[in-house]
Design a protein around this ligand. Structure first.
Ligand code: S3P
Length: 169
């Protein structure tokens, strides 16, 4: 079983995922990085080249491939769980854990530089709408971890580990 991390952009999937993988003594994979590696392009360049539809195609193909690798902690993209055929893979091959900080925290984190690499985060208003539209998809995760603003990544990862161990027995 993989551990898939989901959650909106800026929810800490990559940062927490790396620490969690170390704690669980598993490899860590970041889906966006895998997509970029395979495409030889940055996410923002993929969007510029072929829009969101090209990105979703590459995302699905990459997910199909990483899902058959040995058990890992895998940080997915913020939109991965909004595509049904992706959810099928996630549900079949792992446990899905939702990192859930308040939107205000996300907005503060993504502001400035974060936006440059995230074509789907235009401004706070548009992102809030997208966030709200996606909440039902995140709620389908097996496990949900509420994250507080002042929490250190190490603390969040430790709580994620506990939750996973509880969820897996
Ligand atoms: C996306 C989130 C991004 C990346 C792409 C699309 C989304 O990943 O996959 O820009 O649809 O929310 P992060 O959630 O890691 O920023």
């Amino acid at each position: 079983m993989h551990c898939f991390l989901t959650g909106f952009m800026g929810s800490g999937k990559t940062t927490i995922g790396r620490i969690l993988a170390r704690r669980l003594e598993r490899p860590f994979l970041d889906l966006d990085s895998e997509i970029e590696l395979r495409a030889g392009l940055k996410v923002r360049e993929i969007f510029a080249e072929g829009g969101e539809s090209l990105f979703r195609m590459l995302e699905h193909d990459t997910l199909s491939d990483v899902a058959i690798k040995p058990d890992a902690v895998i940080a997915t993209g913020g939109g991965t769980v909004t595509v049904e055929r992706n959810v099928e893979i996630l549900a079949r091959t792992g446990v899905i854990l939702w990192l859930d900080p308040p939107f205000a925290v996300i907005a503060r984190r993504i502001g400035g530089q974060g936006k440059v690499d995230r074509p789907l985060f235009e401004d706070e208003r548009q992102a809030l709408e997208l966030y709200q539209a996606r909440l039902p998809a995140y709620h389908r995760a097996d496990l949900r971890l509420s994250v507080q603003e002042q929490e250190m990544p190490e603390e969040v990862a430790a709580r994620a580990e506990l939750l996973l161990r509880k969820g897996l027995v």
